[in-house]
Design a protein around this ligand. Structure first.
Ligand code: NAI
Ligand code: MG
Length: 365
């Protein structure tokens, strides 16, 4: 049977960028005989408007069954005054929590045509393609004890960095599996020099590495890692790190390459019965209410999120590469959505013109 995909366009520019992904999914079905069983449903404000909750139970059930979920974006000013429990973001949080998506994948990928768009020098970023795997469901953002307490005559704010061996083991496995689908190089980052949780992290990652002898494993202190990421990021392929360091390092790495409108992401959980990991793919950007409804949104972040789904959920790495090359070719032709304007000699295009141009490049591939 065909691989299954649940599409949740969401709010604001979510449906606009998702419409372009639909063109690409259709292309794969008609031109490459790669057909997905696609279903579409509501999330975020759109779900709240219809069901009074940002994610209906039936949608949640569906998300648990499919091979992958592709989400646009949620939120918008219309929903800002809603009660916290039904805010659009809660829909996304519910998906992440109930699917137990503990590995957050954030690539930093630089398309040649945009190398001058980076704040770093062209030769540092041109051709860059690295992946940061951030542990997403544990660590200092969740550890107990936490809170603000009275201590003597002042208050103390406490958070606890806490990782069990199994939590480290499972995210390390996700990272090694990814490395196997990429350049077989993994760098683990922690602060084993000053943190016991880091000592355990390094120990467990090293142990998991014994199951992946083909992957070249290295370790780095996270502060040194931040330096190396800006000095010479191409030394890395996959980086695995905890929730806190991953939060910082993935934002840093993302900005090596430019616009929010270009950044895809994935969140992976445990392998399902068919061996595929539970997976949610989504652009890093939000619903961009300031440009919604104007045909200005860059659909590439969402399109590249689908490319990640091809590679990491559907074992179609070659097709993912084909799609990424089509994106690169369109950018090389000078086509730019509004977020990427600024250089000379580029051609401003709308959201749907960008999608059409990418499909045309696929046709020519
Ligand atoms: P945002 O990412 O929606 O927008 C930030 C800026 O980047 C805006 O100026 C926007 O126009 C621009 N931008 C974002 N994506 C773009 C694209 N594809 N093409 C061109 N320009 C793009 O973040 P913001 O403004 O902080 O939040 C807006 C709403 O989105 C809020 O309701 C927020 O809660 C929600 N949000 C949702 C996320 C999600 O669904 N995962 C993530 C971040 C924010
Ligand atoms: Mg962050």
């Amino acid at each position: 049977s065909n691989p299954s995909l649940l599409i949740l366009p969401g709010d604001g520019i979510g449906p606009e960028v998702m419409a372009e992904v639909r063109k690409i999914i259709d292309w794969y079905g008609t031109k490459r005989d790669l057909t997905f069983d696609v279903s579409e449903d509501l999330v975020g404000g759109a779900a709240y408007d219809k069901h009074g909750v940002p994610l209906a139970d039936a949608t949640m059930d569906k998300a648990q069954e499919v091979d992958a979920v592709l989400l646009g974006a949620v939120g918008g000013p219309k929903y800002d005054s809603l009660d916290f429990s039904v805010k659009p973001e809660r829909g996304l949080l519910r998906l992440r929590k109930e699917m137990d998506l503990y590995a957050n994948l954030r690539p930093a990928q630089c398309f040649d045509a945009l190398a001058d768009f980076s704040s770093l020098k062209r030769d540092v970023v041109a051709g860059l393609d690295i992946m940061i795997v951030r542990e997403l469901t544990s660590g200092v953002y969740f550890g107990e004890p936490r809170g603000i307490f009275e201590e003597g005559n002042e208050r103390v704010g406490i958070n606890t960095q806490r990782y069990t061996e199994s939590e480290i083991d499972r995210v390390a496995r996700s990272a090694f599996e990814l490395a196997m689908k990429r350049d077989k190089k993994l760098c683990s980052m922690e602060k084993a020099n000053v943190m016991e949780s880091g000592v355990l992290w390094r120990e467990v990652v090293t142990k998991v590495g014994e199951d992946y002898p083909e992957v070249e494993l290295s370790h780095m202190y996270a502060d040194a890692g931040a330096m190396q990421l800006t000095r010479w990021p191409k030394q890395f392929d996959v980086i695995v790190t905890d929730n806190l360091f991953g939060d910082l390092l993935s934002d840093l790495a993302a900005m090596l390459t430019g616009s929010l409108g270009m950044l895809p992401s994935a969140s992976l959980g445990a392998p399902m019965a068919n061996g595929r990991p539970k997976a949610l793919y989504e652009p890093v950007h939000g619903s961009a209410p300031d440009i919604a409804g104007q045909g200005k949104a860059n659909p590439i972040a969402c399109i590249l999120s689908f490319a990640m789904a091809l590679r990491y959920s559907f074992d179609a790495g070659d097709e993912a590469t084909r799609l990424e090359e089509a994106v690169n070719a369109v950018l090389a032709d000078g086509l730019r959505t509004a977020d990427l304007l600024g250089e000379e000699g580029v051609q401003p295009v709308s959201t749907s013109e960008m999608g059409d141009a990418i499909v045309a490049k696929l046709d020519a591939s």
